[in-house]
Structure formats: C-alpha cells, structure tokens
Design a protein around this ligand. Structure first.
Ligand code: FAD
Length: 141
C-alpha cells in the first residue's frame, strides 16, 4: 500500500467565522482519524494551505471530498508524491491561523499573508509549501 503526501492551496468562497473554521477542523479530525490520515491546515486572510498524508485510497477519496466543498475555491494542487515516511505524524489534522505571523526564510517565494505561490514553477512552489508547513509543524513541538 503506497503512502501518499498531497499539498494544495485554496481560497475561501466567502468570509468564514471562527465557528465555521472550527466546524471544518472538527470534521477533518473526525474523518482523518477514521482513515489514518495525518496533516496540517494553515489559514491566513482567506486562504488555506493543507498537507494530507495517508494511504493512496484514503488521500484520493478525502481530497475528492475537499475539492467538492463549496466553502472554498481556486484549489491549486501543488504536489502529490509517494513518500516513505509521514512528516506530520502527530496530528490527524493540525491547525494554525497565521494572520500577522512572519515568514520563515525558507519560504521566501510564498506570500504568507495570502498563502499563495507567487508565480515560480510548480516544483519550487511545492518545495516552499512543504518548508512552510514543516516550519509551523516544528514550532508546535
Ligand atoms: P460534517 O462534518 O458532518 O458536516 C458538519 C456540518 O458542516 C454540516 O451539517 C454542514 O452544516 C457543514 N458542512 C459540511 N460540509 C459542507 C460543505 N461542503 N459546504 C457547506 N457546509 C458544509 N474533510 C476531511 O475529511 N479531511 C480534511 O482534512 C478536510 N480538510 C478540509 C480543508 C478545508 C480547507 C475545507 C474547506 C474542508 C475540509 N474538509 C476536510 C471537509 C470536507 O470538505 C467535507 O466538508 C467533510 O469531509 C464532510 O464531512 P461530513 O459529510 O461528515 O459532514
């Protein structure tokens, strides 16, 4: 069974309240625990970046459900890779709200306020995205 890691970015369809964000997180943790998915969701000023790790079948089913969710739009799949080991194994879905947080130097090509790639190649964006996600994962040790 292949272990897959997937990273995407998206934007909210309309402004989400803290309660709505909590509902998304609660539902994510519940579903992901059932399917042994781990990962991290970042949110800043109306944009999401999420990494999901798990079996290929679980990741593809879950990402399909996430893509169909009308609460966000403009999904950009940055990477979908077969991996040897999980890199976000502590959480079924960790969450950080990043408004006003400074950018780590390793992620210079991502606009943190908007969590959007800034026009570099997809490969560079994926590397920067992973570095950014790992940065905030390590901060929560
Ligand atoms: P529930 O979790 O039972 O839904 C609870 C309530 O939330 C519903 O009654 C409804 O009011 C509201 N709701 C649910 N779905 C929608 C919707 N599509 N549009 C509007 N309101 C809705 N799911 C995961 O399983 N794992 C993830 O990692 C994950 N990450 C997400 C990241 C983002 C940025 C977003 C926007 C969603 C994410 N989701 C994730 C949620 C996913 O898209 C589905 O909404 C969810 O899995 C549906 O679960 P459910 O049918 O059990 O609904």
């Amino acid at each position: 069974m292949s272990l897959v890691q997937l990273i995407y970015v998206s934007s909210v369809t309309s402004e989400l309240s803290d309660a709505e964000l909590d509902r998304i997180l609660e539902s994510s943790v519940r579903h992901n625990a059932e399917q042994e998915i781990t990962g991290l969701l970042l949110y800043a000023e109306g944009n999401f970046m999420q990494v999901l790790e798990g079996s290929e079948a679980a990741i593809d089913e879950t990402y399909g459900r996430i893509c169909a969710d009308a609460r966000h739009k403009n999904l950009v799949l940055l990477s979908r890779e077969v991996i040897e080991n999980r890199q976000f194994s502590r959480w079924h879905m960790g969450y950080r709200r990043l408004d006003g947080v400074s950018v780590p130097p390793s992620s210079a090509y991502l606009d943190l306020a908007r969590l959007r790639p800034d026009g570099h190649t997809v490969e560079a964006q994926a590397g920067d995205a992973l570095a950014l996600l790992r940065h905030f994962y390590e901060l929560n040790r």
